[in-house]
Design a binder for this molecule. Structure first.
Ligand SMILES: [Mg+2]
Length: 266
């Protein structure tokens, strides 16, 4: 019996790499640039901003979250994803801003930062302990690995290459010109490319966003994939606990990640 994955699919942000220092700085610059009457953002706001990272799905939300933090938004408005979205829309409306404007500002400051000071930009993205070594081991011992992310490929590739040249050539899927591809769609294509049976048995996927894993499981073509929630990523204690009652998800720790595949939770 094969004990490892036929293909190992890995999310990038919150699984391989902690991008929160970069998000904070890019959000701070975008906020300063695009928010009318932007407040001062002290370095100390980074911890609160980072703690609320599990709330955020899209780039435009980051400068709004930063505003919520420095403006002292009540905790009730940041308690979960639904509350946060309502808060974010209200804050946007009161600043007379469009989500798209903030999204563009964030992309703009990130592009400018990466172009002007790539080494500094790379340093603001921190790979989780032991992740790179295990990934190199998987790649060099012949496990097919693909990175499935909505992050722009050139950013993910620059960060992987900076860690280890052997990771620089990994396939990175999830974004096409002009659109973000749903992870269930990217994974379905990956299963086809690797000639997996219906249900994609042999596909293992590590992700830190619980909702994404539920969406993947609900995709018939992926019903037999093994799905892991990375407990070190951008998720909450409640979400981690909920995995215990799920028949189709497993919680993965950094300790388990470092183990041979045969020892990963079943
Ligand atoms: Mg993630």
């Amino acid at each position: 019996m094969k004990t490892g994955p036929a293909v190992l699919a890995l999310d990038f942000d919150g699984v391989l790499c902690d991008g929160r220092p970069e998000y904070f700085e890019a959000a701070r610059r975008a906020y300063r640039e695009a928010w009318p009457g932007a407040r001062d953002v002290p370095d100390a706001a980074a911890a609160t901003f980072g703690a609320h990272r599990p709330l955020v799905e899209s780039g435009w939300e980051m400068p709004v979250l930063l505003h919520a933090v420095v403006a002292g938004e009540p905790a009730a408005g940041l308690v979960d994803r639904a509350a946060w979205l309502a808060t974010a829309r209200r804050l946007l409306a009161s600043a007379r801003l469009e989500a798209e404007t903030l999204g563009r500002a964030l992309n703009g400051v990130r592009d400018a930062w990466f172009a002007r000071a790539p080494d500094d930009w790379v340093r603001h993205n921190v790979f989780y302990p032991g992740v790179v070594a295990r990934l190199v081991e998987a790649v060099t011992t012949g496990t097919p690995v693909a990175v499935v992310t909505t992050k722009a490929e050139r950013f993910a590739r620059a960060l992987l290459t900076a860690q280890d040249g052997r990771l620089g050539a990994l396939p990175i899927v999830g974004r096409e010109p002009g659109r973000t591809v749903a992870k269930s769609e990217s994974l379905t294509r990956l299963a086809v490319a690797h000639r997996l049976q219906a249900g994609a048995e042999g596909l293992w996927f590590v992700e830190d966003l619980l909702e994404t894993l539920h969406a993947v499981h609900a995709t018939p073509a992926l019903a037999a994939a093994r799905l892991f929630l990375a407990d070190w990523g951008y998720n909450t204690l409640e979400q981690r606990a909920s995995v215990g009652w799920s028949a189709h998800l497993r919680l993965l720790s950094l300790g388990a990640w470092a183990e041979p595949f045969a020892a990963w939770p079943r």
